[in-house]
Unconditional design. Structure first.
Lengths: 154, 100
């Protein structure tokens, strides 16, 4: 092996090592960022939901309606934040799709809760119960998707 | 020609080694990141489950109240129109979800 070939080999090896380290680093950053975003928005929307539950239990439909609109707004913001994420693995992309679907379901939940509050304010009990039932169904769906997304990112 | 093949083989070997090392390094930094975030919560992996439980509980509460024949607390509801001091979701750790 000549000195020139050896130098070229060392150069190529160094370049390959740098490339490998960079690729792995970027891959990790993509999924970690998605995980943080999901945890942050999930926490936020969970807190919104606790407030809505309290307003409902205290029979405050107007406040519940306002909070429900806020919940919906947060769900849409979460979707936007998650859509901006670029996971680095196929598992990460799957988690991202599930998370987007979860927050889409939560946006529907928020709308239905707001409609429940509005119906109650107008003393339309049957309509309120119908909207609440739809919200419950979408909440269960969103929860399944959220938990599945988080599990994929563990 | 033979030395070129040898160089190529050595490069591939190093590339595989480099990938392994980088992956291990990434895994290690992932662990430390998780430790940082868990200072704010019990278990990062279970946070979403807890939030999902909160949403399910709220959905049950709303449905229960919607089906209830009891009248609304209109006076309490009308109080503090601009009171958003109890706004949920801003506190990243330990919010307790007060309503009024």
């Amino acid at each position: 092996m000549t000195a020139g070939t050896t130098r070229r080999t060392i150069g190529l090896v160094a370049a390959a090592l740098v490339l490998a380290a960079t690729t792995a680093g970027v891959a990790h950053a993509g999924n970690a960022s998605l995980k943080r975003t999901l945890a942050s928005w999930s926490h936020r929307i969970g807190a919104d939901a606790r407030g809505i539950g309290l307003s409902a239990s205290r029979r405050h439909p107007r406040r519940m309606m306002l909070r429900a609109n806020h919940f919906r707004h947060d769900a849409l913001l979460a979707r936007r934040a998650l859509a901006a994420q670029r996971p680095s693995t196929a598992r990460g992309w799957r988690a991202r799709s599930l998370a987007l679907a979860a927050f889409r379901s939560y946006a529907v939940v928020g709308r239905e809760w707001a409609l429940t509050g509005a119906a109650r304010l107008h003393h339309r009990k049957l309509l309120a119960a119908r909207h609440a039932a739809v919200a419950k169904r979408f909440a269960a769906k969103g929860n399944r998707q959220l938990v599945a997304a988080a599990r994929l990112l563990r | 020609m033979k030395s070129n093949k040898l160089a190529l083989f050595a490069m591939l070997l190093c590339l595989a080694g480099g990938l392994g090392a980088a992956t291990a390094f990434a895994g290690k930094s992932s662990d430390s990141l998780q430790q940082t975030t868990t200072t704010c919560s019990d278990d990062q992996g279970d946070n979403e489950q807890g939030d999902a439980n909160d949403i399910a509980a709220a959905a049950n509460q709303v449905a229960k109240e919607a089906e209830s024949q009891q009248g609304d607390d209109e006076q309490g509801d009308a109080q503090g129109n601009n009171d958003n001091s109890d706004e949920q979701g801003e506190d990243e750790c330990g919010d307790d979800g007060g309503d009024d």
